[in-house]
Design a binder for this molecule. Structure first.
Ligand code: HDE
Length: 696
């Protein structure tokens, strides 16, 4: 317990009633003691009311019953998808006015910092699953604008599995734990998922993304975001353009290696949230640039895919990105439940100047999110929960309902009325107008022919990747299909891969021991040839930098003080962080007798938790370290995960014991006394890809 929480006066924080004039966060500094929810001072919070010291206990104990009853009702239904999430506060600021494009105020007032709340999530796992599962990541941003809340509810992958909302429940049922057994958890590597997607060739493009390194991000701070659907932006003159939204992290987009992701699942199931929380807590605020690809309806008609089809992206070579502004996350949550759990995103939360398109997936979402909030949060008044409240004035004649937190005044709750001259009215000038798109046609249940090409962009993605990225993608397909019990599903999937790229199908088929067994699947539209698009590959455009990354330094009592100081200084200059890992967590001393405070206990901090590592034990400690599996595994894994490894001459026995090469080995650098420049330069490469063929 920290000092603050033991303080009698400041320990309890309550919510005052929103709308009754009180602040949302209130520290009960004036409270002398704990009270019941009715304000009754509590004399004893440790013992139940009973007859005599050994009972029986009395039903009369209303204090016990209030406390236990509240506890019994603490949980609400978790989100049916995106249950596991983490969030932070921040702001969005436009670079300049964008009035040619949109009338949205928050994109036209560069002097204003619009508050935001941003929640990241995995899709398939339940709230208690682990962060590094292979999955799509949610990327939701609530902008508290002067014109009301705008929610941009996107993912870290620019396309989606299905083209029509009516398929969504089936997709999710297929990826969730199989209903007869209740597992696997947070995994797509099982029969129902691959059965479903292999029966839906429209899923192929998104599958390629999820099986690529994008499915295992290194950090939430190093992840792109996409609105996926085509939206509209409308300016003051009523002119509309179609837009696709992109978020780009300033740190660059990086991923884990599969073996790291698996090990991190055990070593630190909270790896991504801890990383985000710690970065913000230390003042290293993550940033993303918001851009749009804006294009006219006429331009859209020229593309050889349909912009209403959410399984398609628009290559940046066709429509470049227009940067609009940046988002900075600079404040951690105060309370996980009140904020991260209760935040309710809805793609239908719009502001004037932004509107929908007829993307059938988007149209289905417009219904789903409001509906799910009603069941999850239990009341149509969920907008009154502090995290969901607009920060601009809001008022209407909607009334009552479960958990009404406001106390509306007056006789009148209807519009129009003539009883209250001062009562609020609609405002045709500043109010929201839907874009008056002309629509006509017959009522049908039919998929447009323009949605029928399911393979071309899957191939576009694959051929745009670097060789290591392609290799990882093939390995991921093999891993996932290898977990499929039904051979017919594996054969069907190999058939799709054959239609995307025969070499890929061969590699995966080979790994599965199923060469030549791909099912023949006749594509509705055969794969067309395309030019690779560089931005689709993370590694082609990765910045040479270690900003935001973590250097793990393995130290012992007596480790070289000069080296530790040098690496800390160099890391700071590069905006990276250093963490010390030691065989014992208690305070120890460096070579100059100065106190060393390890951040981690070696047994609990495998090297997969760091981006690059330095091995710097004091020489007399090396023999005993070399006897510990946690130390030799540390070195072996760092090497096998293609990390840049720095080491002192004394630590050679650790490499020998772990059979890790270190002489003339690219990316494995012996550090001359206190010299870390070469190590830092090498670490900017992120990984030594050429090593992969040796270790895997
Ligand atoms: Fe969602 N989705 N979704 N989704 N989605 C939800 O809403 C749904 C889709 C996305 O951090 C749910 O509040 C349908 C695409 C994110 O709170 C639910 C369809 C994209 C989040 C729902 C889709 C997303 C959700 C569950 C197909 C990327 C987490 C809890 C028509 C553009 C939001 C909730 C948060 C959450 C429905 C497809 C992103 C059930 C019906 C495409 C990031 O309403």
């Amino acid at each position: 317990m920290n000092k603050k929480s033991t303080s009698k006066k400041k320990s309890v924080r309550i919510m005052s009633q929103a709308g009754s004039g009180g602040e949302l966060h209130q520290s009960v500094s004036s409270n002398e003691c704990l009270t019941t929810n009715q304000g009754l001072p509590i004399a004893d919070n440790q013992n139940t009311l009973s007859i005599g010291p050994r009972g029986p206990q009395l039903l009369e104990d209303f204090i016990l019953r209030e406390k236990i009853t509240h506890f019994d009702h603490e949980r609400i239904p978790e989100r049916v998808v995106h249950a596991r999430g983490y969030a932070a506060h921040g702001y969005f600021q436009a670079y300049e006015g964008n009035s040619d494009l949109t009338q949205a105020a928050f994109l036209n007032t560069p002097q204003t910092k619009t508050p935001v709340f941003c929640r990241f999530s995995t899709v398939a796992g339940s709230a208690g699953s682990f962060d590094t599962a292979r999955d799509v990541r949610g990327f939701s941003v609530k902008f508290y604008t002067s014109q009301g809340n705008y929610d941009l509810v996107g993912n870290n992958i620019p396309v989606f599995f299905i083209q029509d909302a009516i398929k969504f429940p089936d997709l999710i049922h297929a990826v969730k734990p199989e209903p007869n057994k209740g597992f696997p958890q947070a995994q797509s590597a099982h029969d129902t998922f691959w059965d479903f997607v292999s029966l839906n060739s429209e899923a192929m493009h998104t599958l390629m993304w999820v099986m690529s390194d994008r499915g295992i991000p290194r950090s939430l701070r190093m992840m792109e975001g996409f609105g996926i659907h085509t939206f509209r932006m409308i300016n003051e003159r009523g002119e509309a353009k179609f837009v696709k939204f992109h978020w780009r992290p300033s740190l660059g987009t990086f991923s884990l290696i599969w073996d790291e992701a698996v090990k991190l699942g055990g070593a630190d199931p909270d790896f991504h949230r801890r990383d985000l929380f710690n970065a913000i807590a230390s003042g290293d605020f993550p940033e993303w640039e918001l851009s749009v690809q804006a294009f006219s309806e006429d331009e859209a008609n020229e593309f050889d895919f349909d912009v209403l089809d959410p399984t398609k992206l628009i290559p940046e070579e066709l429509v470049p990105l227009k940067p609009l502004g940046k988002m900075v996350l600079n404040r951690n949550i105060d309370n996980f439940f009140a904020e991260t759990e209760q935040v309710a995103f809805c793609p239908s939360h719009l502001v004037p100047g932004i509107d929908f398109s007829n993307d059938p997936l988007l149209q289905g979402r417009l219904f789903s999110y409001l509906d799910t909030q009603l069941s999850r949060l239990g009341s149509p008044n969920f907008h009154q929960i502090p995290i969901n409240q607009p920060k601009c004035p809001f008022a209407n004649f909607q009334r009552d309902g479960h958990m009404q937190m406001q106390v509306p005044n007056g006789q009148v709750a209807n519009d129009p009325n003539s009883l209250d001259d001062g009562s609020i009215r609609e405002n045709p000038t500043h109010g929201f107008h839907s874009y008056p798109a002309a629509e006509a046609g017959s009522k049908l249940r039919i998929r447009p022919e323009s949605f029928a090409d399911h393979y071309t962009q899957a191939k576009l993605f694959f051929t745009s990747l670097t060789e290591p990225e392609q290799r990882h993608l093939a390995n991921a397909f093999a891993f996932e299909l290898g977990k499929c019990n039904e051979a017919k599903i594996r054969r069907r999937m190999l058939g799709h891969l054959q239609n995307i790229d025969p070499t890929l199908a061969d590699v995966v088929g080979n790994k599965l021991g199923m060469s030549g067994q791909a099912e023949k699947l006749k594509p509705h539209v055969p794969c067309k040839e395309t030019q690779p698009s560089k931005p689709l590959s993370q590694y082609s455009v990765a910045p040479k930098s270690i900003a935001g990354k973590k250097i793990g330094v393995l130290v012992t009592n007596g480790s070289d003080a000069t080296l530790i100081a040098a690496i800390k200084k160099a890391a700071k200059a590069e905006q990276a962080t250093v963490e010390l890992i030691a065989p014992k967590i208690g305070t120890t001393e460096d070579s100059k007798g100065k106190e060393l405070h390890p951040d981690h206990f070696l047994d609990g901090a495998p090297s997969c938790m760091f981006d690059c590592v330095i091995i710097a034990p004091e020489s007399s400690q090396v023999p005993s370290l070399a006897e510990q599996a946690s130390a030799t595994d540390w070195v072996r894994d760092a090497y096998a995960h293609l990390k840049v490894v720095g080491f002192t001459a004394e630590s050679r026995p650790l490499f020998e014991k772990g059979s890790v090469p270190f002489d003339n080995e690219p990316g494995v650098l012996e550090l001359a006394k206190g010299k870390v420049d070469d190590f830092i330069e090498a670490a900017k490469m992120h990984r030594i890809w050429d090593r992969e063929s040796k270790v895997r």
